[in-house]
Design a protein around this ligand. Structure first.
Ligand SMILES: [Zn+2]
Length: 213
């Protein structure tokens, strides 16, 4: 059992909600009568009824999941079990949970997909796939950097205390396949950007300076 601590509980909550069918879709809003949407058609791909089942096969969401997995897990089939809970085909048949780093990327994908998804209807903000993807990668990079710092600190403390490092031997395995044995980020799109320091990813909802009069 992994004790992966890469993500915080708020990073994981939307994947958890999806699993328990607690995502507020247009279909769910309609049938609870809380808020009657003008249509139950999917707000992203505009085809199909927007319910939990649809979200697992929605072409817009799948293209985002595909972009996130493109480098870290290019052969992962974006099946319904994978979209729902990061389940992948097991060697001996049946399904198994993807490696912990893939699970973390999956959970972050639902976090940012859902936060932009809900704003598309409630705040009338455009859903911009490229922004969602860069927010996911940005957050994953940020979490990995924190994780590496913690692992290195553990190694330093162990050396100082004259004990073998408790965690460093298997710590990369906890976020497999995102880090190598030396705790370096393996994938270039997740490596720290050394050019200009940007505190947050660019937000397409903020007008660019040169467009202002
Ligand atoms: Zn859709």
């Amino acid at each position: 059992m992994s004790r992966q601590t890469l993500l915080t509980p708020p990073d994981k909550i939307n994947a958890f909600k999806l699993y328990h069918r607690e995502i507020w879709t247009r279909h769910r809003f309609y049938h609870t009568g809380i808020n009657l949407p003008s249509s139950v058609r999917c707000r992203l791909c505009k085809t199909g009824t927007e319910d939990t089942r649809h979200l697992l096969s929605c072409s817009t969401i799948k293209s985002i999941m595909g972009a996130v997995m493109q480098e870290i897990s290019p052969h992962t089939p974006l099946t319904e079990p994978f979209m729902l809970c990061a389940a992948i085909p097991a060697l001996g048949g049946g399904l198994t949970l993807a490696p912990p780093g893939i699970v973390a990327a999956h959970q972050l994908t639902w976090k940012f997909v859902y936060s932009s998804f809900i704003k598309a209807d409630l705040l009338d903000e455009p859903f911009v796939s490229s922004y969602v993807i860069s927010a996911i990668n940005y957050r994953l990079r940020e979490r990995l950097q924190g994780y590496i710092f913690r692992a290195n600190l553990d190694t330093t403390l162990a050396l100082g205390a004259g004990r073998p490092p408790r965690e460093a031997t298997y710590i990369a395995g906890e976020v497999e396949p995102l880090l190598d044995e030396d705790l370096n980020i393996k994938y270039s799109h997740l490596k720290p950007q050394h050019t200009t320091r940007t505190p947050t990813p660019p937000n397409p909802h903020t007008p660019a300076r040169d467009q202002r009069s």
